[in-house]
Design a protein around this ligand. Structure first.
Ligand SMILES: [Zn+2]
Length: 337
């Protein structure tokens, strides 16, 4: 199963982008522009107000490789810079995404984010105003703005002038990869390095991880789609023709297989991580994994009996979710070993 690609729009990753192993062959390969991959992609983007230029996807296979050394499952053919631009600015309309992100800025989400960040802040043993926080992949600032509100000094990375302006307007300092590298060389490491749904998108995740690990002086958080037995699923049943995100938009709950398919979403989720991959990354970078479950403190409201009952129920629900997190939560906290 060699697979082919159109070098005008795609680059080939010949070696594992985490550990560098050469020679692993794809366990799944199918043309991007034909079903089932085509209908997966169509159903993924048909509600995002963008348009898909199929001529750019023709002649390239959606090929998945599993690394025998670090267990990473990765797409062998990845969009080049120009195609990435098309995906993130035309297939997904930026206005659609901005509006979606604005809708997500609810009070409940603020508390959820603040609850999780509070635990990370506490784990540094520092006063909030002394905490140097790096949000790697700012997006629309869902996390960075809360870190600012909690009092930290916040730096972030992002591409695109509009997002950079948005960051500046809420007091977040935009930095680049060179500044992260300099931080790692000792010019000011970060107490918390935060990445939320970023590493699955990176063409060179191993390099990014090493750079961030070196720049961390406390905790590094990596949250990614939880994955699962992708290889077994695809080998036995093939790829779905319906994107899990369309199911989600229709209000249908995800089955185990949907989490796996979402983790290897064509064009965007280029890397799917298992616990073994994260273990490999930790070891190679002098870190150890100290957390595997997303936790969040919940504010308990004692001022009224009804309020208290509601808060207690919320706390119960959070505990329940914590249990559900289990082995494949896709959530990892690292510290220096
Ligand atoms: Zn590998």
């Amino acid at each position: 199963m060699q697979g082919q690609h159109n070098a005008q729009h795609f680059d080939m990753r010949e070696t594992c982008p985490v550990c560098g192993r050469r020679g692993s062959e794809p366990f799944y390969s199918a043309p991007m522009a034909a079903d089932p991959v085509r209908s997966f992609i169509t159903s993924q983007y048909d509600d995002q107000q963008g348009r898909i230029d199929w001529s750019r996807l023709e002649g390239t296979d959606y090929s998945l490789v599993q690394c025998e050394t670090c267990a990473l499952v990765y797409q062998r053919y990845v969009p080049n810079e120009a195609l990435l631009g098309h995906i993130y600015s035309e297939m997904i309309a930026p206005r659609f995404l901005a509006e979606l992100e604005r809708e997500r800025l609810t009070l409940d989400n603020f508390h959820k984010v603040a609850g999780e960040l509070s635990l990370l802040f506490r784990a540094t043993d520092k006063h909030p105003s002394d905490i140097r926080f790096l949000d790697y992949g700012f997006g629309y600032g869902r996390w960075a703005r809360v870190a600012r509100a909690l009092g930290a000094q916040v730096a972030a990375t992002e591409i695109g002038e509009d997002k950079k302006r948005a960051a500046a307007s809420i007091g977040v300092q935009m930095i680049d990869e060179a500044a992260i590298e300099a931080a790692g060389n000792g010019t000011g490491r970060f107490d918390i390095v935060h990445t939320e749904q970023v590493f699955e998108h990176l063409v060179e995740p191993g390099e990014a991880f090493s750079r961030l690990a070196a720049a961390t002086d406390g905790i590094m958080k990596v949250a990614v789609p939880r994955g699962g037995s992708i290889r077994r699923l695809l080998t036995r049943h093939g790829l779905t023709g319906v994107s899990p995100f369309q199911r989600a938009r229709m209000g249908k709950p995800w089955r185990t297989a949907d989490f796996a398919f979402a983790a290897v979403q064509p064009l965007e989720h280029l890397n799917a991580y298992s616990a073994r991959t994260m273990q490999w990354l930790a070891q190679a970078n002098g870190l150890k994994i100290v957390g595997r479950v997303r936790e969040s403190v919940t504010t308990i409201n004692h001022t009224s009996v009804r309020g208290f009952a509601r808060s207690a129920a919320r706390l119960g629900a959070n505990l329940g979710r914590r249990m559900l997190g289990g082995g494949g939560s896709g959530y990892y906290l690292f510290r220096k070993a």
